[in-house]
Write a protein that binds this ligand. Structure first.
Ligand code: ZN
Ligand code: ZN
Length: 314
């Protein structure tokens, strides 16, 4: 490319009869040549080229060093935080990858634009690969990233499911690392649903068995995620329609309302309300259980008015 450009420049300058139009051509070609091949950071010819999403190019080494202190393009100043962190993900260096997934989790928060940008930058297949990492924290944060990328974002969700993520997530349910299991159950409930309907009965049976065994977990977050995943599977008729009532899931969530952890209590109340709103049968079951316990009923009326109104006033 460099040689072709040079020859063109030389050729056009040799056309002495050409007049001003060729001067302009000359300048343009030279400008392109300089822009493409010179790194504005080191002012040298670009060695190993890295092009940002804004199409500005630099030496890989120069721009990665620049990104250690800045998150924008040195030329146009547009934000390149996602681009940089996805580059770190591609690095094959576990420490860089951990840092990158952590930063991407913060960057995406609940911002769908950033989540789409992360998908377009090619991060999802890499994060899915990291679900198999030998490092517990890496697996746990990758599961959290998958869960967040899929949340309220149908394009990401489709892409993640099509990449075979559910099987990887289900594998993580057997982990002995609590945070990994908690995040994996969180990711599962974002991904499971109609996509599992056509799976073979053995597969569904295995998944059911795994979820059931996780209901015995001491971790309330895991329990809530599992119940919510079961609710989705029940609603999409992937599993038995009376699943929640059969396994006593409603009692489990009502019990969690007594937890010392505020966030967990709130989450449990929200989940109960969601379950009641999605199924009349489950709602009736909930009302029956609560009516048998006056203290619990008072507590719900006082502390969780939304749940109470859904159950008793609507
Ligand atoms: Zn450079
Ligand atoms: Zn730029």
């Amino acid at each position: 490319m460099k040689n072709i450009l040079l020859s063109l420049v030389l050729l056009s300058s040799s056309l002495s009869f050409a007049g001003w139009e060729y001067d302009i051509l000359n300048k343009r070609l030279l400008k392109n040549f300089i822009q493409r091949e010179t790194c504005t950071i080191c002012c040298e010819k670009i060695t190993s080229k890295l092009t940002l999403s804004c199409k500005h190019s630099f030496c890989e080494e120069c721009i990665l060093e620049w990104f250690e202190r800045n998150s924008s393009c040195p030329i146009c100043r547009c934000d390149q935080a996602v681009f940089y962190n996805v580059e770190l993900l591609k690095s094959n260096n576990l420490d860089f990858q951990k840092k990158a997934v952590g930063t991407l989790l913060i960057l995406m928060s609940d911002n769908q634009v950033v989540k789409n940008e992360i998908r377009r930058a090619g991060a999802i297949p890499i994060i899915l690969g990291l679900l198999k990492s030998h490092d517990n924290t890496m697996r746990a944060s990758s599961a959290a990233a998958i869960s967040r990328l899929a949340f309220c974002n149908s394009k990401n969700k489709k892409f993640i499911i099509a990449s075979g993520a559910i099987a990887e997530i289900i594998n993580l349910l057997e982990s002995e690392h609590e945070l990994t299991v908690a995040n994996a159950t969180g990711a599962l409930l974002r991904l499971c649903g109609s996509s599992l309907k056509n799976q073979n009965p053995d597969y569904k049976c295995d998944l059911n068995y795994q979820l059931l065994s996780l209901l015995a977990s001491k971790n309330h977050r895991i329990k809530i995620n599992v119940v919510l995943a079961m609710e989705i599977l029940e609603r999409y008729k992937v599993t038995n329609e009376q699943m929640l009532r059969k396994v006593g899931a409603i009692k489990i969530l009502l019990h969690i309302l007594e937890s010392k952890d505020f966030e967990v209590r709130e989450r449990s109340a929200m989940s109960l309300r969601k379950i009641a709103l999605n199924s009349r049968e489950n709602q009736n079951e909930m009302v029956t259980i609560i009516n048998l316990n006056e203290d619990l009923k008072d507590k719900i009326q006082y502390k969780y008015p939304d749940l109470y109104n859904t159950l008793f006033n609507e």
